[in-house]
Design a protein around this ligand. Structure first.
Ligand code: ADP
Length: 268
């Protein structure tokens, strides 16, 4: 609330009245709060690995270095934590670039069935390690106009999560489903495509579903951390999908599995 006195200059600055200015600052305050929460979260996330690296290095210097077995296991922890720090910094920079729209998209037509096969191939070593079966269902000849590298980044993130949150012996699949617009027939070009990424994993509790695309939100912090997660993957994915004017949704049942669905316009 602002009070502004008004004087009449023509009449020797006679006091005329008061102007009341009401400004709704809810949105500004919310943005400020979100920003400061983000900074607090980032600091906390960065501190955790740094504290571990420092602690284990100190213990090594304090004498543990003389016991080769302890030394090796501490060095492994230091290496893993530095690696996580590196990924965290990479993801924070990436998210900040995407959020401030400093990523110009390079659109080109991409044939989805071979694109999905190739992308899946990139994750096959990780899947094999956990005996997880990967499969793709996509009719050949369906094209979509996207930034190919960014779509790969989206798919890799979702596949990595699918593999990560599914126990040994499960499966992760991609299905591409072309969607006709209202009044269109099969002879017309598709208007949208839907990509489903499904897993037979642990699932996500109903109460957490609305929040999993938030930065640093994790259902199970310990599990995400121990598997090297940064808690930023789904935020990055959502932003990238929205840059393509698409949407992403999730459907999940605890103990049964999760399905992430991306819908993208075929022509940008
Ligand atoms: P993280 O690096 O922790 O995997 P993400 O942003 O990729 O971060 O995901 C956020 C959280 O959503 C994860 O910590 C996990 O709890 C949950 N999650 C994401 N994908 C899946 C999935 N396929 N199955 C079960 N939980 C998932």
């Amino acid at each position: 609330l602002n009070l502004v006195p008004i004087f009449d200059e023509d009449e020797d600055n006679k006091f005329e009245g008061v102007l009341l200015v009401l400004q709704d600052v809810t949105a500004i305050r919310r943005l400020e709060r979100m920003r400061s929460e983000f900074v607090a979260n980032v600091s906390h996330e960065l501190k955790t690995p740094v504290t571990a690296v420092k602690g284990f290095a100190e213990t090594l210097m304090g004498g543990a270095v003389n016991d080769p077995e302890t030394a090796r296991s501490f060095l492994q922890i230091i290496y893993d934590e530095s690696d996580r720090l590196n990924r965290l910094i990479g993801d924070i920079l990436e998210l900040s670039k995407i959020e401030s729209r400093r990523v110009p998209l390079q659109y080109s037509p991409v044939e989805l069935s071979s694109f999905m096969e190739k992308t899946m191939e990139l994750m096959s070593a990780e899947a094999m390690r956990k005996h997880i079966r990967l499969s793709t269902k996509a009719d050949p000849g369906v094209y979509v106009e996207v930034d190919e590298d960014r779509l790969r980044q989206i798919m890799m993130n979702l596949l990595a999560n699918g593999i990560n949150y599914t126990s040994d012996g499960g499966s992760v699949s991609i299905t591409v489903e072309p969607v006709l617009g209202p009044g269109q027939t099969l002879e017309d070009n598709y208007e949208h495509i839907r990509i489903h990424i499904s897993d037979t994993g642990m699932g996500i509790p109903k109460k957490d579903l609305p929040r999993i695309f938030e930065r640093f939100y994790r259902v199970d912090k310990a599990r995400s951390r121990s598997s090297g997660g940064t808690g930023l993957g789904l935020s990055i994915v959502k932003h990238l999908v929205e840059l393509h004017k698409g949407t992403i949704t999730v459907d999940s049942q605890v103990g049964i599995g999760s399905t992430f669905t991306i819908e993208l316009p075929v022509i940008q």
